[in-house]
Design a protein around this ligand. Structure first.
Ligand SMILES: O=C(O)C(=O)[C@@H](O)CO
Ligand SMILES: [Mg+2]
Length: 270
């Protein structure tokens, strides 16, 4: 069975953010991920992790003005200084939370700029950022995201993400392979797991039911089969990453809604 991490930005929506750590541990999770820690002192989050015996496995670098609709700065010409400040801040939090990887969002394509210019900016920024991450022994991740959920997002496909990683040429830059986005944009998910996991360039997986982004036992993907493929490929190639449960509980923000929806995980645990 893969190692599953609870995504605390989506799971346990009825609870305050800091109380979600406790809930995830009670449900048997050993790792957590979420979008952003920056509203809280790192020491406060570290205390929640420690009190619950949880590992912080992933969070995101500052994405620009999230409330104003921005979704990352990495491909945006003219925002390089802000991008670098954000990476420095993220790496400080990663050190305090003992988190081995940070997701760096590409950004939305601004009108009037060529793809070539955005790609050059993206590669230049990522090369600098991955070098900073290397100094701290951590990985930075880039994630292809579907444009139905995030219209205009620059990075959408696995092959593009892997080409960017190759162009950057830094071993501390990897791909965050979210099977939910992969199914919506590309399909053929099991074969893509077989293709990309052995490359050593996938730093993290994420899952959700497609198309509603609810529990993985809902929708068009059959996750027990995919978990078997992940286990088989991991055993063959030594991949030892986490699988983030990045879905919105179908029962919504109700007491025990997330826990009640974890039947798929209880079935795996046997
Ligand atoms: O939306 C997703 O999928 C994520 O993994 C978040 O980190 C936002 O990119
Ligand atoms: Mg994701």
């Amino acid at each position: 069975m893969p190692r599953f991490a609870a995504n605390l930005s989506m799971l346990y929506p009825e609870l305050a953010f800091l109380d979600r750590f406790d809930a995830a541990a009670k449900d048997g999770f050993e790792g957590v991920e979420y979008l952003f820690p920056y509203d809280f002192p790192a020491a406060e989050i570290a205390a929640r992790l420690q009190a619950n015996g949880l590992q912080q496995v992933l969070f995101n670098a500052p994405p620009g003005h999230w409330e104003a609709g921005e979704r990352g700065l990495a491909c945006l010409p003219g925002r390089e200084n802000e991008f670098r400040e954000g990476i420095a801040r993220a790496l400080d939090y990663a050190a305090a939370l003992d988190c081995p990887r940070v997701h760096v969002m590409a950004g939305l394509m601004p009108s009037g700029l060529s793809r070539e210019m955005l790609e050059a900016t993206y590669i230049h920024n990522l090369r600098w950022a991955a070098g900073e991450a290397r100094k701290t022994g951590r990985d930075l991740l880039i994630e292809p995201i579907n444009t139905r959920d995030m219209p205009g997002f620059f990075l959408n496909r696995q092959d593009h993400a892997h080409a960017i990683v190759a162009a950057v040429g830094e071993p501390h830059l990897k791909v965050q392979m979210d099977l939910y986005h992969c199914q919506i944009v590309e399909g053929d998910v099991a074969m893509k797991v077989r293709e990309y996991l052995p490359t050593g360039r996938v730093g993290h997986l994420q899952i959700a039911g497609v198309p509603t982004r609810n529990e993985p036992d809902m929708g068009e993907l059959y996750h027990p089969y995919l978990f078997g493929v992940i286990d088989e490929v991991s055993a063959a190639c030594g991949w030892d990453g986490w699988v983030g449960c990045e879905y919105r509980p179908a029962r919504g923000a109700v007491v025990n809604g997330t826990t009640d929806g974890l039947g798929w995980l209880r079935a795996l645990r046997g």
